[in-house]
Design a protein around this ligand. Structure first.
Ligand SMILES: NC(=O)C1=CN([C@@H]2O[C@H](COP(=O)(O)OP(=O)(O)OC[C@H]3O[C@@H](n4cnc5c(N)ncnc54)[C@H](O)[C@@H]3O)[C@@H](O)[C@H]2O)C=CC1
Ligand SMILES: O=C(O)[C@H]1O[C@H](OP(=O)(O)OP(=O)(O)OC[C@H]2O[C@@H](n3ccc(=O)[nH]c3=O)[C@H](O)[C@@H]2O)[C@H](O)[C@@H](O)[C@@H]1O
Length: 431
């Protein structure tokens, strides 16, 4: 099938490369000419395991990129909207990027003969596809939904760092369409994946995505709350949650307590669902607490730090991990950001290290010291904070020897002091 993908970020570029791998003809559309050029050169615009191989295999064959909506719409039958849906200043969803993509798409559809399908893959609050996207497309194309074009919502559940694997091996495929014809055509795209398709209406598909992310975020905040209590009781919460997770009704996943959840989606999606609920005069007590617990975790890390080293003014603090999680260069809503901000406010000297994300963090904190290795960051440090679950941090040992004061506050349970040769003063955040 002929597909166009609007937006070449984490979701768009992975979807494009994977649809190309599934044998479809794919055109990426992005307003960022640099990304367009990179994709045409077979270079992924973001780092994701396995993406480069797919892009090199398909670029300039069945995967091309352009900034020209007219060309892309004339040469495809289905368009996926994969642009960002960030939070606005009140925490509610900001649909302005979706709006401008719909305008460009509608104007291109006006010039096209024949049936076209528009699929929203961006995460949008329930009602958006039918009440906003569909109307904008009708307004700018002069055409009628259901007759001249189809509209569907197909949420994406991939994880960053495992995005290509997740796209090709989904747990579920959800397609919410305005009619059966549209749902059938969209599901054809996924016919070679071994996965049941949940067919529904657009607003249910939209809600499934929010509930999925909010439930996972709730599991993490619940684990953090339990961890905070365990810490005060002198109990290792990981031992507790390992046993609790053996109950098949709970499952062992997403019970790791620590510095909390970051990333481009959990924080903004929980906030957006809260905002939508409040718009409908419902106050979502549990979801508000999920955010509150998450916001408290970095503050507790700093409290532990100060309990161990006192005033941090003029002290060198090594921050290990800047990405919001391991195996990605993405720093959006990373837990390191509030930590570094507070450390700088208190006059600390921050020496940071991340295997992949330093370049991105420089856009937020220009003036901290960026190191090439954990060892360099730790050298001469008065304390160390472990913020991201990078596998390489599990192996740290002799690297701590250069610290002035060997205080390690672990926000991700990366270090086992009993297994190390170095003697360190170790504090787990929740254990
Ligand atoms: N990042 C993730 O792991 C996941 C994200 N999502 C959702 O997918 C959506 C996209 O997220 P990301 O890929 O992370 O966003 P992103 O910010 O990485 O990428 C968005 C892309 O859209 C482009 N763009 C902006 N305006 C445009 C326009 N008018 N026309 C064409 N291109 C335009 C940007 O240049 C950028 O390349 C969001 O709604 C997000 O919540 C869903 C599942 C996973
Ligand atoms: O909508 C999205 O964007 C995506 O959001 C998450 O994926 P992602 O943000 O890439 O990363 P996760 O692996 O879910 O981790 C999110 C955050 O939770 C934290 N986390 C995760 C698991 C855990 O047990 N504890 C914990 O603190 C991680 O450190 C990270 O900061 C979901 O897992 C995806 O299914 C979803 O598609």
């Amino acid at each position: 099938m002929k597909v166009s993908i609007i937006g070449s970020g984490y979701v768009g570029s992975v979807s494009a490369a994977c649809f190309a791998e599934l044998g479809h003809e794919v055109i990426c559309i992005d307003i960022d000419e640099k990304k367009v050029q990179m994709i045409n050169d077979g270079i992924p615009p973001i780092w994701e395991e396995g993406l480069e191989g797919l892009m090199q295999k398909h670029a300039e064959k069945n995967l091309i990129a352009t900034s020209d909506y007219d060309y892309a719409i004339q040469n495809s039958d289905i368009s996926f909207i994969c642009v960002g849906t960030p939070s606005n200043e009140h925490g509610n969803i900001d649909l302005s990027i979706v709006g401008s993509a719909c305008k460009s798409l509608g104007m291109a559809m006006a010039k096209k003969d024949g049936f076209h399908i528009v699929v929203v893959k961006s995460t949008v609050v329930p009602g958006t596809t039918e009440d906003v996207v569909l109307h904008l497309l009708e307004e700018h194309s002069g055409k009628t939904a259901g007759k001249d074009f189809g509209v569907a919502m197909n949420p994406e559940f991939l994880r960053e760092g495992k995005a290509v694997y997740d796209f090709m091996n989904p747990d579920k495929i959800v397609i919410g369409g305005i009619d059966g014809r549209t749902i059938s055509l969209v599901s054809e795209l996924y016919r070679d994946l071994e996965c049941e398709v949940t067919r529904t209406n657009p607003r249910t598909a939209e809600m499934i995505k929010y509930v999925n992310n909010s439930f996972l975020a709730t599991k993490i905040s619940f684990s953090n709350e339990v961890g905070n209590i365990c810490k005060r009781l002198g109990i290792d919460t990981y031992e507790v949650m390992n046993a609790v997770g053996k109950d098949f009704r709970i499952s062992e996943h997403f019970l790791n307590s620590g510095a909390g959840f970051g990333g481009s989606c959990f924080p903004k999606d929980v906030r957006a669902l809260i905002g939508k609920a409040k718009e409908l005069d419902y106050y979502p007590v549990l979801l508000e607490s999920v955010v509150e617990v998450n916001d408290l975790q970095p503050i507790q890390m700093l409290e532990l730090l100060e309990e161990n080293v006192g005033d941090v003014k003029d002290k060198r603090i090594a921050v290990l991990g800047l990405a919001f999680k391991n195996d990605t260069d993405d720093i959006r809503e990373s837990r390191s950001i509030p930590i570094i901000r507070k450390l700088l406010e208190k006059g600390a000297l921050v020496a940071a290290y991340d295997p992949m994300a330093s370049e991105h963090m420089k856009a937020i904190f220009e003036d901290i010291t960026y190191c090439e290795s954990a060892e360099e960051a730790l050298n001469g440090a008065d304390a160390c904070l472990i913020m991201t679950e990078w596998t390489e941090f599990r192996k740290l040992d002799h690297e701590f020897s250069g610290m002035k004061n060997k205080v390690v506050i672990d926000g991700r349970k990366m270090i086992d002091p009993d297994e190390m040769e170095q003697d360190i003063i170790y504090e787990g955040l929740c254990w």
